[in-house]
Design a binder for this molecule. Structure first.
Ligand code: AMP
Length: 550
């Protein structure tokens, strides 16, 4: 496949609003692709380069890309930034600049889809001092051969933000349609493999290949997630439940095969180097090849420490040994997904728990099973008394469903009004805060799109402002006066007193007394609060005010 054909497909998809039409367009392309092209196309069309289990990054920031296009199009960087500021779309900007250039020179080497992919893979492999220059050179080579339309999508892929509205669900349906397989089978294979590209390849082989998938050690699967709910409803629906403490730390997935082990974060990043003590503890707890799911918490003087201490440790690149001395990290294991070559996610939780207890000797999160509301409430009270966040109640008969926020895991914790939101902009600080960002514009999501909800300027310590500045300074894509706009990546938790209807922000609501609580760099943009969630909270708030007035 030529990259131009890929770009044309993207253009067609970008102009298509209906999901069914999108599925149709993609499903028509898939059968014509070779075995090598198929996984690449599938990932590209979702705006990804690598399998989801692979946390490898291309490492081309907006600035490298601006420099590359500046040089290819023969314009000043200020021109690139100016056009970008007007359109807000890097793809469109690159397309326009290449169009001007193409009028002057006609020579093009045709870019192949696989050629682009291989170049991008080689970019990501480059490390060290000279790597930025080499990345820029490769970006220039590719953009130099790109026609304007190709440039549009190449630029967006390089920044890993294709934004043509194709979600994983549409690709799943397109694969099912193209190869005439059940979409539930495609979904199940995706849960185990965590790479839609590979799933497409198997779907082409046939349903049996999809059925036979197994989890591969060191290819992390997405974490199963929890919803809010109530103990009474859950008992009413399921009878017996399993209750565990809800630890306020950081989620991990531990993979071990023989003497080799790695630890992955909730975002599936390899955090082995930051937590050598956790690896050691888990290695000593089992002789088997396993994949375990759990939460690591920080303990000092026998008491759980705030969750921030775990995150700080995860971000730490140096002086790990010193940090290890100061605070003890303790893993709490609550699930097992793989044991000695066997994938366990389809077994009921109660069976998985038996296996877990059989093969892991320490660090297992205690569990109470009961159908008695008072007994579960006692676990909840004990959890709070011991300084934990609350409890998780789980359905014993349920499978492990990677990446799903289903009704089989329910979190019970005291009501606190906080929202996880994306930081999309900031204003430079003044006085003591000069030199760092002082207030932040935050957004929630509406069908995958970010919409602004509030500004947050209080709740930060000086140290936290410096920390946030370091995390965001490379993500600035636009500057207007004292305001900057970010390529969104950072998630923060924001507390508030009340939701108010307002037209100041795109969401149609504003937060009263917004207050920074903590950085949530364990969360992705996909995890932030949705507009539906905010509407529901607003409704609940209105109901409780009414109840109070009655
Ligand atoms: P939340 O982040 O509020 O949606 O709550 C779900 C998170 O609680 C999970 O992603 C885990 O990181 C964490 N957690 C703590 N203890 C448990 C447990 N026993 N079982 C499952 N998740 C837990």
């Amino acid at each position: 496949m030529l990259f131009l054909d890929f770009a044309r497909t993207c253009e067609q998809l970008e102009k298509t609003a209906g999901r069914l039409d999108m599925i149709e367009i993609i499903s028509r392309v898939l059968p014509g692709l070779s075995d090598e092209e198929l996984p690449v196309f599938v990932r590209f069309v979702m705006g990804r380069i690598f399998p989801d289990w692979n946390s490898r990054k291309l490492g081309i920031g907006p600035n490298i890309l601006y420099d590359a296009i500046r040089s290819v199009a023969g314009v000043k960087k200020a021109v690139v930034i100016d056009r970008l500021n007007k359109s807000g779309d890097i793809g469109g900007t690159v397309e326009e600049l290449l169009a001007v250039k193409t009028q002057m020179s006609f020579s093009h080497n045709d870019l192949g889809l696989l050629e682009v992919y291989n170049q991008l893979v080689s970019i990501s492999a480059k490390e060290g001092e000279a790597s930025q220059r080499e990345k820029m050179r490769t970006a220039m080579l590719l953009l130099g051969d790109a026609r304007p339309l190709e440039g549009r999508y190449l630029a967006r892929i390089m920044l890993e933000e294709l934004r043509i509205g194709v979600g994983e669900g549409s690709v799943r349906e397109a694969i099912a349609k193209a190869f005439n397989v059940d979409s539930a089978l495609v979904e199940h294979a995706m849960q185990a493999l965590n790479d839609m590209g590979e799933v497409a390849r198997l779907a082409k082989v046939g349903p049996d290949a999809l059925k036979q998938v197994s989890i591969t050690p060191f290819h992390p699967v997405r974490m199963m997630l929890a919803q809010q709910g109530s103990i009474a409803d859950m008992i009413g629906e399921h009878g017996e439940l399993a209750a565990e403490f809800k630890y306020d730390g950081s989620r991990f997935q531990f993979h071990k095969k023989g003497n080799w082990a790695r630890l992955y974060s909730r975002r599936l990043e390899d955090v082995t180097a930051a937590l050598p003590d956790v690896i050691e503890q888990l290695m000593s707890a089992t002789d088997h090849d396993v994949i375990l799911d759990g939460e690591v918490i920080a303990i000092k003087g026998g008491k759980p420490m705030p969750f921030q201490s775990v995150l700080r440790r995860l971000r730490r690149k140096h002086d790990i040994a010193e940090a290890k001395e100061a605070i003890e990290m303790v893993p709490n294991v609550f699930d097992i997904l793989y044991l000695d070559g066997e994938t366990l996610i389809d077994l009921p939780f109660s069976e998985r728990r038996k296996k877990l207890v059989d093969v892991v000797t320490m660090f297992i999160a205690p569990q109470t099973t009961s159908s008695d509301q008072a007994a579960i409430e006692t676990v909840y009270e004990n959890a709070l008394a011991a300084g934990h966040e609350g409890i998780m109640i789980k359905v014993p008969a349920s499978p492990y469903t990677p990446g799903q926020r289903g009704k089989n895991w329910i979190k019970i914790k005291p009501e606190v009004d906080t929202l996880d939101l994306a930081v999309v902009g900031a204003e430079w600080g003044e006085g003591k805060r000069a030199g760092v960002f002082g207030s932040f514009l935050v957004a929630c999501q509406d069908q995958g799109r970010l919409i602004t909800l509030s500004r947050v300027a209080t709740g930060f310590s000086e140290e936290q402002l410096a920390e946030v500045y370091e995390m965001l300074k490379e993500s600035v894509i636009k500057k207007t006066g004292k305001e900057v706009t970010f390529e969104p990546s950072l998630v923060i938790e924001v507390g508030y007193a009340e939701l108010q209807a307002s037209t100041t922000y795109e969401a149609g609501f504003a937060l009263r007394f917004p207050r920074f609580i903590r950085i949530r760099d364990d969360k992705d943009l996909a995890d932030i609060e949705t507009i539906e969630g905010i509407r529901a909270r607003y409704q609940r708030q209105a109901n409780s005010t009414r109840a109070y007035q009655d």
